[in-house]
Write a protein that binds this ligand. Sequence first.
Ligand code: ZN
Length: 485
Amino acid sequence: MKTLWLIAGAVMSAAGGSAWAQSVAECGPDPVASYVVTYLGEDRFGVAVEHAVPSNRWDLAFFPLSDRPEGQAESVRDLSAFDANGQPVEIAYVGEGGWEIDGQGAVRLSYTILADHGEVDWGADGPGKDEVGDHFDDSYVFAGHAFFLLDWAMPRCAVDVQFDLPDAWQVTAPWPVENGVYRIADSWSLGQNLFAMGEDAARTVQVGGLNLTWLMDKRLGAITPQVERVMAILPQHYRDFWGQAPGNAFSVFFMADTMSDGGAFYDSFAMRIAVPLNRADEINWSHTLAHEVMHLWNQLGRAQGRNVPELEWVNEGFTDYLTIKMASQAGILDEAMTEQRLANLIRRFNLARTLSPEVSIAAAGQDKPANWHLIYGGGGLAALFIDAELSRTDPDRFGAVLRDLQANAGDGYTFETFMDRFDGLTDGLASQVYDWLDMRPSNAEIVQRLGRYGIEAATFGMDEAYVRFEACGDARCAPVFLAAR
Ligand SMILES: [Zn+2]
């Protein structure tokens, strides 16, 4: 459940954020850059790029490893640059995944990418190959920012990519394509997405107004039915809850690895799943997958494509709670597993007392890795309590409130504008719950409050939490806001 914070940091330092000031209105009909990708054989790809105006700096994402100090840049070979007159110009590697040219800059680059990324253990002291690339079966998968040298200061206007690949090969990507030309919204959408090239055909399903494509390492073939179950059922529930589809296309890439995790990109997502496959691990990765797909809908804590740090508890906590709620309502989680998922929220909030003692829930987003438990546990419990309270009179009320918030997000919320509107829609309930959680109520108080909503809970020490839905006859009955529908 990692997100883009690593590359976001790298990009901010490179571009100084100035590229964000560019508006779509300034874009002409032609792309600001055109890339051509050619397969050269023996795990090598040739890349040629032409810029509409000269550039002086290009970057790849930079995930250094102790035995690979220049990270992704070590896969770049034979880089050459040419000025507007077609004359070669000197281009220098300046470290941290960056290359620069002095003077007038260059309008054309060409280089080779050695597709050795799948042989590197990126997860040992880095983010994992789900954020870099992999080679499985007859396919090569890359994060755009591991493959395309990008000038992050370019105007945020369309970028074209064409592929010159062997006849039997296909491209799997979330980008729109017409007559063999991928017209991508901007360099960010090129860099912050995954794509694949090779002979393996991706599977596609249309559900919830979404065109979902996925490509999977054959070593994971046995989990196809479980993946299909998540992909074919949940997006329709998400769509019903949010009232609309989030976009047109989304691609997911499943890689076999030694541990399970996921990496989120703009319109794509990579999961690495531990082999040999393990039924307990299915509980993990199916939740991660469903959580990542929920991110496509929940944009409440995002502004102009980026997470708002003071709303990370909404980005992650609300997303996680809604994933549990929808999976429970869809019957993908049974009562026992729904109870355990709720217990996890309580446990995380409890662990945060020790791990993030002095931090408010909103401020926790300034350092997401350090405050992970507070963001997920605090945000998840906030969503749960608000939903539970609103559901006493109308089980559809929480959905209606979130739809209103999303419809009126404009260019994105700050903490204050978000809470203002949220309070207006809930008679102040949102702030009341947030403030209460931010004062770190005791376990006894949390248990007591959950009891009002038909959830019996118990904790022991800092790491044990248990949940049982109230008994109804011989069965355990999920409260109305979690019950199957
Ligand atoms: Zn997430």
